[in-house]
Ligand binder design. Structure first.
Ligand code: GDP
Ligand code: MG
Length: 285
């Protein structure tokens, strides 16, 4: 952390030891978003000072059938060399949750302090978290989660029906978790790497419901979870969430969590349990 610790030594002036600043890895999950990922990566251009804490930006491609990898490579080539730019290609389609697991392990092995998730389909904007990275506020909590439904957040192209549904579910999650929840899973989230217990997290869903279990677990573990307002756009993106079936699955999940938390968190939430989440480095610069 960017803090200074005064150390008193006998017969000497107090010495000031500057701790090293936190190292942040940006993780961009990507699947079939060739046209949007250029814009996502371009968000990092010209912000060298604000992004000084970023050690690396890692795109995790889920075996996209389109040109997502080529687009990411071309966009990376336009960025200055202030941080490392890596593209990982999963060895199978692991879903959004599985990609989180790949990224979390990478962050741990690389000795990162924080993992910043930024969806590859350009619905969120990294600018929304920048002031909190610069002030250090983002580093005070274990999970610093972007919220689309806070005071101060805004949504472009997001229907009233979906907004209403999300607000209702936020209320249900708050009731079960016993903590205030204002978003179940947006595309801009910061996690403290030391709190990522991968033995447990690897049993969380591999699909788009990963964030819900992750959120419930973080709160169950009494982690410091905070929300901050973000902007969210739906312009040329195509959400893969099937509204009704997803709503029912999430409700089922919540009922099981409300029933017996011990059993719930000890269980395996994947459709297909896997032993490994592997990826190949297809670009490093
Ligand atoms: N649907 C889907 N998205 C994935 C996958 N792997 C990575 N992603 C990325 O995860 C993000 C969220 O997915 P999306 O379908 O847009 O769901 P949303 O949360 O409703 O916006 C996007 O940036 C995708 O590119 C995958 O296997 N399936
Ligand atoms: Mg999306």
């Amino acid at each position: 952390m960017a803090q200074e610790v005064a150390v008193n030594r006998p017969n000497r002036e107090p010495q000031v030891i500057a701790e090293s600043p936190p190292r942040v890895m940006v993780f961009i999950p990507a699947y079939r978003c060739a046209s949007q990922i250029r814009r996502v990566i371009a968000q990092f251009a010209g912000r060298e000072a604000e992004l000084a804490c970023i050690d690396r930006v890692v795109v995790v491609d889920n075996r996209s059938p389109d040109d997502t990898i080529v687009a990411a490579q071309e966009a990376f080539a336009k960025l200055p060399s202030n941080f490392r730019k890596i593209i990982l290609k999963n060895c199978d389609n692991y879903g959004l949750g599985g990609s989180h697991k790949v990224a979390m392990r990478h962050a741990q092995e690389a000795g990162m302090d924080y993992l910043l998730v930024l969806h590859g389909d350009d619905q969120a904007d990294v600018v929304d978290v920048l002031p909190h990275l610069m002030s250090g506020k983002a580093f005070e909590s274990d999970c610093f989660l972007g919220s689309r439904f806070e005071l101060g957040s805004n949504r472009q192209g997001y229907s009233m029906l979906r907004t209403f549904g999300n607000v209702v579910y936020n209320g249900l999650f708050s009731a079960v978790a016993g903590r205030r929840v204002t978003d179940l899973g947006s595309g801009l989230n910061l996690y403290r790497v030391s709190k990522l217990d991968l033995t447990t997290i690897e049993r969380f869903p591999d699909d788009l419901t990963f964030n819900y279990v992750m959120l419930l677990w973080s709160m169950f573990k009494q982690q410091d979870v905070r929300f901050f307002p973000i902007s969210w756009r739906e312009v040329d993106q195509r959400s893969n969430v099937k509204l009704v079936s997803q709503a029912l699955r999430v409700l089922g999940l919540l009922v099981r969590r409300a029933g017996n938390s011990g059993v719930f968190f000890a269980g395996d939430h994947r459709a297909t349990p896997r032993e490994f989440y592997r990826s190949d480095v297809v670009h490093e610069g």
